[in-house]
Ligand binder design. Sequence first.
Ligand code: OFO
Length: 173
Amino acid sequence: MISTQMSDALNKHMNLELYSAHLYLAMSSRANDLGLKGAANWFFVQYREEMIHFMKFYSYLTDQGVVISLQASEAVPNEYNSLLEMMQKTLKHEQLITSCINELSEQAVNEKDHATRIFLQWFVTEQIEEENNDRDLIAKLKLVGDNGHGILMIDGEMGQRVFVLPVGSPLAV
Ligand code: OFO
């Protein structure tokens, strides 16, 4: 049993997760264009993770008997001048997602909707990791500044990122 207000809020957020996926897929393309294959990989993995987040909301709402409503996806930016700029925009976006997850959690608590509160717990923890990863990369990029060799080292590190399908996740591309 889920309230209409709660399912509407979750449905809205589900669409934001899809927007996140598109945002990072565009960043992957831009990184590739800048010659940063490792960063392109990192953002592609991020895209795949966001599709999992999207599908988690989709599956939860479906399991709650809600007919989901997909909104037309907004165009995402794809003009970035540097990897640092992309990572700063990424952190800013993830901070927005964190505040949305917190608001949803608060709503679930206020409605005494424990199923939704527990469902959202995974995202509360996930957001800590998301922001932390972004902050680490921003710090490293600031340290190397415009040094091409330093940027390529970070790019190499970003190329090591591997997509891992979380246990029990709905399948997604
Ligand atoms: Fe789904 O966490 Fe990023 O947006």
